[in-house]
Write a protein that binds this ligand. Structure first.
Ligand code: GDP
Ligand code: IMO
Ligand code: MG
Length: 425
């Protein structure tokens, strides 16, 4: 029986997962999302066009690949419909190529309002959520109140919807100074529900396991990143799902014994969007230079991303939690014009040198300890082969592999599908 390979982010999201899923899709029969929802923004670039996907798996553009939205995902019918509409010019047979789990949960307009109300009430301590209703939807899931895709076919769906909304309105009433108009949001929601009804809705756990038995190859596409994981991220500044390899098991219904290779994606530096700790964050010209060269503005919200140097203690932790067997280094071209590059190898906490990510990353003062290496100062975006890469870039890759103990099999030098170098040791 085949195994499910996993591709996920090792940092705070936006590592470039969408691009690498797209590059690897020809090797797979099925691409499956297992968690998160429209808080994700996965960018794919090819043939001079840039696509941003939120809920739909990044294999949707390849003709011979099926795409599954698993039970662990939360779906906003409004955003989902917008995504489907954006795909119309590309004549994709959506009904044949996209399969949606009956057990995936629905994001209601009132979930979004709850997200906004909660963030407003938190004031300066806000999470910096994407305001897509992710937290409240997962709360209803674990609170056993949620609505699922399978429910939309029930005769009493509207009744179920009204009951849950009444509960949400009761909660919203407790927030001071939060005004809203739910009625204006509802027509688009029900339009999205009608669209969903017309698509292929399946028992995805059975489908995926049958596919494995038939020898099909499957790639699970993670959203967000390990440091945003609800259990292992920089809590409470995290998202509300398990973004790590283990999330594949619960989010698709595959047993741990069915997990194959785990490809961890990381940027050659580090970014974060939203609030929360970021030990290697830069507030100087270098940070500004990274943001500019890397076009570091959110694919979902357009917010400027916070930028800093690569953080090895955090990466080692992420590799450990995920059991990463292979790595992809993204956006190395963004470092093309730096004379020197800094690498955080350890943290200094209370005068002590540590090489791991501690529990109280949020409240403790963490001082990064850096090694400095020479930059390559060359345009790498046009490289066709890793063997032609400048020595300093190769030194950077070798150094990271030695520090992280896992092979960096891909080096990405630009956003386009073709700007991808294979690195065999
Ligand atoms: P994801 O959420 O992990 O899929 O990543 P995003 O799409 O949110 O953010 C990654 C951004 O970097 C997108 O704008 C990509 O087009 C872009 N990108 C991906 N790989 C590279 C690369 O190697 N170099 C550069 N310069 N940009 C890249
Ligand atoms: P992709 O899949 C980067 C961040 C938000 C916020 C926190 C909680 O594109 O890598 P949420 O809306 O989930 O309740 O927000 O998580 N966040 C992301 N940051 N990339 C993402 O997804 C993110 N999804 C959520 O900015 O700090
Ligand atoms: Mg993104």
């Amino acid at each position: 029986m085949n195994k499910v390979d996993v591709l996920l982010g090792l940092q705070w999201g936006d590592e470039g997962k969408g691009k690498i899923v797209d590059v690897r899709t020809p090797k797979y029969d099925i691409i499956a999302r297992f968690q998160g929802g429209p808080n994700a923004g996965h960018t794919l670039e090819f043939d001079g066009i840039k696509h941003v996907l939120h809920t739909i798996p990044s294999g949707i553009f390849r003709e011979n690949t099926l795409n599954v939205i698993g039970n662990g995902v939360v779906i906003d019918p409004v955003i989902f419909k917008e995504e489907i509409d954006a795909l119309k010019p590309f004549n994709i047979a959506i009904k044949d190529r996209l399969l949606i789990s009956k057990k995936a949960h629905l994001i209601l307009p009132s979930h979004q309002l709850l997200d906004a109300a909660s963030e407003q009430a938190k004031g300066k301590e806000k999470i910096g959520s994407t305001l897509k209703g992710i937290g409240p939807t997962y709360m209803d899931k674990t609170g056993r109140n949620g609505l699922r895709i399978g429910d939309i076919f029930a005769d009493n769906f509207r009744e179920k919807y009204d009951k849950l909304v009444a509960k949400h309105v009761g909660i919203l009433d407790h927030y001071d100074n939060f005004s809203y108009n739910l009625e204006t949001l509802e027509p688009a929601f029900f339009e999205g529900i009608e669209l969903l009804k017309s698509l292929t809705i399946i028992e995805s756990e059975k489908y995926i396991n049958d596919a494995l038995k038939e020898g099909k190859s499957i790639l699970a596409e993670g959203a967000q990143g390990t440091l945003l994981d609800i259990d292992f991220g920089s809590y409470p500044f995290v998202t509300s799902s398990n973004t790590v390899t283990a999330g594949t098991c619960t989010g698709l219904g595959v047993a741990p014994t069915r997990i194959g290779n785990v490809l961890g994606i990381f940027k050659a530096y580090c970014t974060r969007v939203g609030s929360g700790p970021f030990p290697t964050e830069l507030f100087d010209e270098d940070g500004e230079k990274l943001r500019k060269a890397g076009a570091e503005f959110g694919a979902t919200t357009g917010r400027p991303r916070r930028c800093g140097w690569i953080d090895l203690p955090a990466l080692r932790y992420a590799i450990m939690i995920n059991g990463a067997t292979e790595l992809s280094m993204m956006k190395s071209d963004v470092l093309d014009s730096f004379n020197t590059i800094k690498i955080c190898t350890h943290y200094k906490i209370n005068g002590k040198k540590v090489d791991y990510l501690p529990f109280d990353i949020v409240d403790q003062e963490i001082e990064p300890i850096y090694e400095e290496i020479e930059g390559w100062n060359t345009d790498t975006s046009q490289l066709n082969s890793y063997s032609d890469a400048p020595t300093e870039l190769k030194n950077y890759v070798d150094y990271l592999e030695q520090q992280l103990g896992v092979q960096i099999s891909t080096v990405s030098v630009g956003p386009d599908r073709t700007q991808t170098l294979t690195h065999d040791n």
